[in-house]
Structure formats: C-alpha cells, structure tokens
Design a protein around this ligand. Structure first.
Ligand code: ZN
Length: 470
C-alpha cells in the first residue's frame, strides 16, 4: 500500500463524495496515476500538468493538479496501486465507433477492388464458408489485442454470432456496443428470419444491464435489408432499449438506388419508416445533403466517420465539417479491418480524419487537431450515446484511460498536445490501458488477451480460408 497526500484542489474534489467523517481515515482508492499531463476532454477541455487521477471500482474518483507534496495537508490516500506517469500523457480511452471485429481473420483477403465486387465476390463467399462461432471468437480476441494496443477502450461492432463476440469482449475487459446483424440472406449464424429474431431477442435479453456489454441490433443497410427487416430490427431494439447500428449513405449507388426506389435519400427514407432516433449510430453518412443533416441532428442520430475505409474503397468524403456544424455528433471508426482498412489503429483515423477534410476543402483550417481528438473521445461518446458514462476524464465517469509515453523520437518536442496526438504520436506510443477500472495493458504488455495464441490461430485460419476459396 502506498500513501500519498492530497493538495487542496484534489481534496475539494475528493471530499464531495466522502463519507460522514472524512478526516478520520485516508481515502482508499484502487489506482492512483500521478505526475501525468492529463488531457481531460472535460467541457472546458482542461489539460492538467503534473496531475493525479484516482480511480475506485469502475469509476474515476478524483482528478486534479497534484504535483506539490509540500502543500499536502491533513488527509492521505491509500492506493492499492500507483503508476508514476511523469513525462506521459493520460487521455480518456479512445472510442472506435464502427467496426466488424471478427473480420480481423479476413484481413488482406482481397484489396484494391470496388466495395460491391469485394462484398459479393470475396467477403460474402468467404464468410459463408468460414464464419463459425469459433472463427468469431478468435477474430474477436485478435482484434481485442490490436484495439487495446491502439488505445481503444470502447468499440461499436456489427457482425454475426454477436453473443460470442460479447463473451470474448467481456473476457478481454473491453467495453462494446455489439450489434447482431440483420441481413436479407441466410447469414452464417441464422439461416431464417425466425431464427434471427429469436437469436437477437435472446442476445438482447441476456446482456441487459451488463457493465461492459451493450447488446444491440445491426440492420446492415438499406441495400441489403428490406423495409420489413429494418422495421423488425428497430422494433426489437426499442423493446429492450438497445442501440441500433446501421450503415447509412456509404456509397453513391446506395443514394441513387434509394432515390429511384424510395423517392427519397437514404436518410429521408429511414426517417420516413421511423428508424431514426437517439438510439441510432449510423456508420459513414457520406451522401447526406443539407436536409439529411438537419434530420440526423433533429433525431439525435450519431455518425461514425471512417476515413481509412472511405479512402480505401473510394466511397467518398463525408461532409464532416458540415455535419458537426449542423450539431451532429461525429465519432471515428476504423471499419474493416478486412478490405476497407486492414487494421484497427484508431490513432491513424484521428490523423486521417483531419487531413481528409483539409484536402477536401483545400483548407488546412477545415478540421483541427483538437477537433479530431474530440471525435475520438468525448464527441465519439456522444455519437454512440454514452456521453454520460465515458469520453472524458471527470469524477463519476467510468475509469477508461490510456497512458501515452513521450520518450520516443516522434514524440518530441511537444508544443501543442492536440497537434502531437493527431499528427505525431502513434499507437505504439500507448503504454497502458485501463478499462472500467481494470488494467488491460500495462507497459505494452497485454493482461487480458492471450496474444500469442490469437496470432497463432490467425495463421491457422489463413490456410483454412485460402483453401476454402480454391
Ligand atoms: Zn462497416
């Protein structure tokens, strides 16, 4: 047990939630991170130099400047564990607002083709032949290792066998909004509509009130789902207060087909059938006009922007600047990882999100470093409708934190912390990751995922998948 004393600023934060006789005994906390540069992402975007964060249970208990031990007074802290973060940054955990984690095992299967070609001629056949519950479990483990290394503490997923993904996500200690896919063809897990509805309902029921897992439904898109499927998915989600994850306005063809078939844009069509609401997280939102953006903002739909994916598949450039100006919360996602990105590196998405808007507008001021760090943290939390729980380092929020080292050549000098985060620091600079108060990576060592086993299994699956497509 280590004991630290607390300065006035921190004490005032601590005393607000102390028992009746606080002076009698030191406050006990689980983890004390000291001497850190804390990028809080709180409403005033405070950056605290030489700060301390105390966590207790699954929550952040106190945050404050605590560098001067001489001015500490009467109270102490008993911390089960202390991390000296001198010369390091501490940030809220990053939020990957859109991905398909088991597809880690299909990484690089086929690249440099159109989305339609890739989906229909490679991914759907490969999935039909290979995706089993075992595949999904190993893919999720591999992805968990990679995501934790990239500083991701929460992710939104859309795939099959989502119940198994939930078990693996929980085992890895990660927070997930996990959506069971609704699609109008026999899926690897559920062959009929009846099976799918029964599976999805059981899945939503099972994870109600779980501290890490938010079970969701994921109608794939308007071009793979009938109106009935979309409505069934939404009705089921709303019965259980579960989130709805969907791809919206990802490709131009989707817009053109919707205009022809529905006489409406994808957003206006989905609004007309009652799907849009404050429980919806929409991936991509590329082909959204001014009216669409007003609708998305009014319905409080969150958007997930996926710059790598949009560039790799040449889908288009999302009007992120206009979306944010309209009041839409826009988070960042990796999508993929197969075919549409090939990794889960959210630090890369932060960098690319800013640069993609700059080149689209031919204006380096279009989207700032600070804005893209917001999109990966506090605004991402708003996009996935979890802003009350995560996204910033504030007392009472969940203890989802990442510690970033600054002792590599790419990390120095540092004149502006947001600029460094967006354009200079890499996921390899992330040293320690805490989710829900639990350390899942410490000094680059993963603590909740058997990484060598996941890598070995990926090699095995590579051979199996290649043979299946011969
Ligand atoms: Zn996607």
């Amino acid at each position: 047990m280590s004991r630290y004393f607390i300065c006035g600023a921190l004490l005032s934060l601590l005393t607000s939630s102390l028992p009746a006789h606080p002076q009698k005994q030191p406050v006990s906390v689980d983890l004390l991170i000291t001497n850190a540069t804390i990028v809080t992402m709180d409403p005033d975007r405070h950056v605290i130099e030489h700060g301390t964060i105390a966590t207790r249970g699954d929550q952040i208990y106190a945050v404050g400047p605590l560098n001067n031990y001489e001015v500490m007074f009467q109270k102490g802290v008993d911390a089960k564990q202390t991390i000296d973060a001198r010369g390091k940054l501490v940030l809220p955990g990053l939020i990957n607002a859109h991905t398909h984690v088991p597809m880690s095992l299909l990484r690089g299967l086929k690249d440099d083709v159109t989305l339609d070609d890739w989906l229909r001629n490679y991914i759907f056949p490969a999935e039909a032949k290979n995706v089993t519950e075992d595949f999904v479990r190993w893919g999720t483990r591999l992805a968990a290792a990679e995501q934790i290394r990239s500083g991701v503490t929460t992710f939104a997923d859309m795939y099959y066998f989502e119940d198994a993904i939930a078990e693996e996500t929980k085992a890895a200690g990660m927070r997930g909004i996990l959506g069971e896919t609704f699609i109008d063809f026999p899926a690897p897990d559920n062959k009929t509509r009846e099976q799918l509805l029964a599976y999805a309902e059981k899945f939503l029921k099972r994870w109600q009130n779980d501290p890490l897992i938010h079970a969701a439904v994921a109608p794939h898109s308007i071009y793979t789902d009938s109106e009935q499927t979309l409505k069934d998915a939404a009705a089921l989600a709303r019965k259980y207060n579960s989130p709805i994850l969907i791809h919206i306005a990802e490709i131009k063809k989707e817009l053109e087909e919707s205009l022809e078939k529905n006489h409406a844009t994808p957003v206006q069509y989905l609004d007309r059938i009652g799907l849009l609401g404050p429980d919806v997280l929409a991936a991509h939102c590329i082909y959204v006009n001014e009216e669409d953006r007003k609708i998305l903002a009014a319905r409080k739909v969150g958007c997930a922007h996926n710059p790598s994916s949009n560039m790799m598949l040449a889908s288009g450039i999302a009007p992120v600047v206009e979306e944010r100006a309209a009041g839409i919360a826009v988070g960042l996602g990796t999508d993929g990882p197969a075919g549409s990105n090939n990794d889960f590196d959210l630090m890369e998405e932060i960098d690319l999100a800013a640069k993609l808007q700059k080149i689209a507008k031919m204006d380096p001021r279009a989207l700032s470093a600070k804005s893209v760090v917001e999109m990966a943290t506090v605004e991402g939390a708003r996009a996935i409708h979890m802003e009350k729980e995560i996204g910033s380092i504030e007392p009472g929020k969940k203890a989802d934190l990442i510690i970033i080292g600054l002792d590599t050549p790419n990390a120095v000098p540092m004149f502006d912390v947001y600029s460094q985060l967006a354009y200079a620091l890499k996921s390899t600079n992330i040293e320690t990751v805490v989710i829900n108060g639990q350390q899942v990576m410490r000094d680059h060592k993963l603590l909740t995922v058997n990484e060598p086993a996941a890598i070995a299994k990926a090699h095995e699956y590579q051979i199996k998948i290649a043979n299946s497509l011969k």
